[in-house]
Design a protein around this ligand. Structure first.
Ligand SMILES: Nc1ncnc2c1ncn2[C@@H]1O[C@H](COP(=O)(O)OP(=O)(O)OP(=O)(O)O)[C@@H](O)[C@H]1O
Ligand SMILES: [Mg+2]
Length: 332
């Protein structure tokens, strides 16, 4: 374990079962994922991948909402799975906060939205005296461009999607977290609001030293905001490294496939085309060998029956035989 890791994800795997008639087949929704987020070096870590690539499953494991089947998950050198309920509530969720796709799902329509903020402040004892709560809440809301006066007494349906998502982010910030796990936080917002939320994450990183795991299928915002990026395919991290390198000069044939859509991205359109392409290969989870072999333009014989290693190459890790030094012959 790296001595100064905030989050250490090591060979993390989640096995689910697909029912097929009377039998069921195992598949790995997340398969041996390894990511290290350093403490003292806040970053936006983007996770991209088409639908079903395992992004949410990875997020749920990091958030302690889904138990890993195998592997190691440590937050500040503590095994997350071994934390007691009390430690989860009083310590872990104090420091690690989620933001989800649908801000309205996080709030009951029958409850005034500021009540959630007060509850969080009281539950986590963020102020010494309850009288200080409004000032503290207002201060945190100002970080997301809102004021308490604007939202006080209002029900979720009286807010726009962008406002509700900003309240959800403010709620996550109230506990002064070190890590935010944001699963598709902008996908329900329109394009202009997307950028403002993404910019907010960047500002939080700069000003509050918060690291953000930013899960998205929106390559444009991942490219813009991500310091590093992991590209997922059917549970595998196929390429991971500094965003500029990975998306600027992708090495994995799958990432190269995605790159064509980056310069022209204005909306999700380009990405959605890729998703349609992906659906053709439904057996990718369970195939032996490389999961991309069925649609890889650079496929080699070895790829069909052997799992490619993750190798370090040009400043990133890439899970592909093309870059396996042990296989010089395969690269021609
Ligand atoms: N509880 C579950 N039981 C069985 N299979 C599951 C479960 N949760 C997720 N899966 C499957 O695991 C795979 C990965 O799902 P996941 O939700 O992690 O993907 P994702 O990358 O977040 O996709 P999306 O972009 O659509 O949100 C999918 O095939 C999904 O159907
Ligand atoms: Mg998801």
């Amino acid at each position: 374990m790296p001595a100064d890791a905030l989050l250490h994800i090591e060979d993390l795997t989640k096995v689910f079962h697909i029912r097929q008639g009377f039998s069921s087949q195992e598949f790995h929704a997340v398969d041996n994922a390894s990511i290290v987020i350093d403490s003292g070096k806040p970053e936006i870590f983007a996770v991209v991948g088409e639908s079903g690539s395992g992004k949410t499953t990875l997020a749920k494991m990091v958030l302690g909402m889904e138990a890993p089947s195998q592997g190691n998950l440590r937050y500040k050198d503590r095994q997350v799975a071994a934390l007691s309920k009390r430690e989860m509530k009083n310590w872990f969720y104090h420091e690690v906060q989620p933001v989800f796709q649908d801000p309205f799902a996080a709030f009951s329509p029958l409850k005034q939205i500021d009540r959630y903020l007060y509850e969080t402040v009281y539950n986590y004892k963020m102020v010494g005296d309850k009288k200080e709560a409004p000032r503290y809440i207002n201060e945190v809301l100002s970080e997301v461009g809102l004021t308490l006066a604007e939202i006080a007494g209002r029900y979720p349906n009286e807010l726009s999607g962008g406002q509700a998502q900003r309240v959800a982010i403010a709620r996550a910030l109230l506990t002064k977290p070190s890590l935010i796990v944001a699963d598709e936080p902008v996908s329900m917002l329109d394009a202009s609001l997307r950028m403002s939320v993404v910019n907010m994450f960047r500002k939080l990183k700069e000003d509050n030293a918060v690291s953000v795991i930013y899960i998205t299928h929106d390559l444009a915002t991942a490219f813009y905001a991500g310091d590093r990026i992991a590209v997922m395919l059917r549970g595998w991290i196929v390429e991971m490294g500094p965003t500029e390198q990975v998306l600027g000069n992708p090495l994995h044939p799958y990432t190269q496939n995605l790159k064509t859509s980056i310069p022209s991205i204005k909306s999700d359109e380009a990405w959605d085309e890729k998703i349609d392409l992906a659906v053709i290969e439904t057996d990718e989870y369970t195939r032996t060998g490389c999961k991309f072999a069925g649609r890889c333009p650079a496929v080699m014989d070895i790829c069909h029956d052997n799992i490619p290693p993750s190798v370090e190459h040009e400043g990133r890790s890439v899970k592909c035989f093309l870059y396996d030094e042990a296989l010089p012959a395969a690269r021609n």
